[in-house]
Design a protein around this ligand. Structure first.
Ligand code: PGA
Length: 251
């Protein structure tokens, strides 16, 4: 399976013109990549405008609602995302959990709705600084995974990717050490093996996210056993993001 490099643009950039420019630069530079799947997750509004045709780039969204349609002001549903060419959707990002009070139950409903729409969920899990200091990270991560995947079948789990994003490392410049990421990576596999099977656990792609940059990116892929990266800040800097993709191609 290819390595997965996911750009999480968050609420950036400020205008469609800037978004197009950034997207086109990445698109041009990645025409001949072979070993890497590049996914760009821009704000919803830009999704139908960024043209992936003739490129290797896949589109993803940063959130979704769990119903297909109806009287739910301001929400965007999985079938809508599918209809504008999305393949992936990030679910349960810590900023959504913290700022928009997303619960594990809501995340579970979103994952099930994405499965119904045949979209791939990128489920984010990770502990806060306080939870880390109290030695609670295993409890937190195992709870988040179990609750998010409640009722997801052995067949449907194939449409889920897990991203380990320690909350204290997101946007802080304090990336997690590759060895720590490796410990969590193995721990996540253990939970999945218990919930499903060892074979499923071995196949499930696990990504790392949190202050990834061009200097540390490869360490997670080489030393932590991660299948890919979920990149925020550095994905908005075209040159740096492209360098990470090229480096990934070479390992
Ligand atoms: P960061 O963000 O790379 O800026 O730390 C990662 C994320 O929020 O997914």
């Amino acid at each position: 399976m290819k390595k997965l490099i996911v750009a999480n643009w968050k609420c950036n950039p400020k205008s469609l013109q800037e978004a197009k420019k950034l997207f086109d630069t990445i698109k041009k530079a990645t025409k001949s990549i072979k070993e890497t799947e590049v996914v760009i997750c821009p704000p919803f509004l830009y999704l139908p405008v960024l043209k992936t045709k003739g490129s290797k780039i896949k589109l993803g969204a940063q959130n979704c609602f769990w119903e297909e349609q109806g009287a739910f002001d301001g929400e965007i549903s999985p079938p809508m995302l599918k209809s504008v060419g999305c393949s992936y959707v990030i679910v349960g990002h810590s900023e959504r959990r913290r700022l928009f009070k997303e619960t594990d139950t809501m995340i579970n409903k979103k994952i099930k709705a994405l499965i119904r729409a045949n979209l791939i969920s990128i489920l984010c899990v990770g502990e806060t600084e306080e939870e880390k200091n109290k030695g609670k990270f295993t409890q937190v991560i195992s709870d988040q995974i179990k609750k998010a995947l409640k009722g997801v079948s052995r067949k449907d789990i194939q449409k889920v990717i897990i991203a380990y994003e320690p909350v204290w490392a997101i946007g802080t410049g304090r990336a997690c050490r590759p060895i720590e990421a490796q410990v969590v990576h193995l721990f996540i596999r253990k939970i999945i093996a218990r919930l499903y099977s060892r074979k499923i656990a071995e196949r499930l792609p696990i990504l790392y996210g949190g202050s990834v940059n061009q200097k540390n990116a490869l360490d997670y892929l080489k030393e932590s056993g991660m299948k890919g990266l979920l990149i925020g800040g550095a994905s908005l800097r075209a040159k740096e993001f492209i360098k990470i993709i090229y480096d990934t191609e070479r390992i």
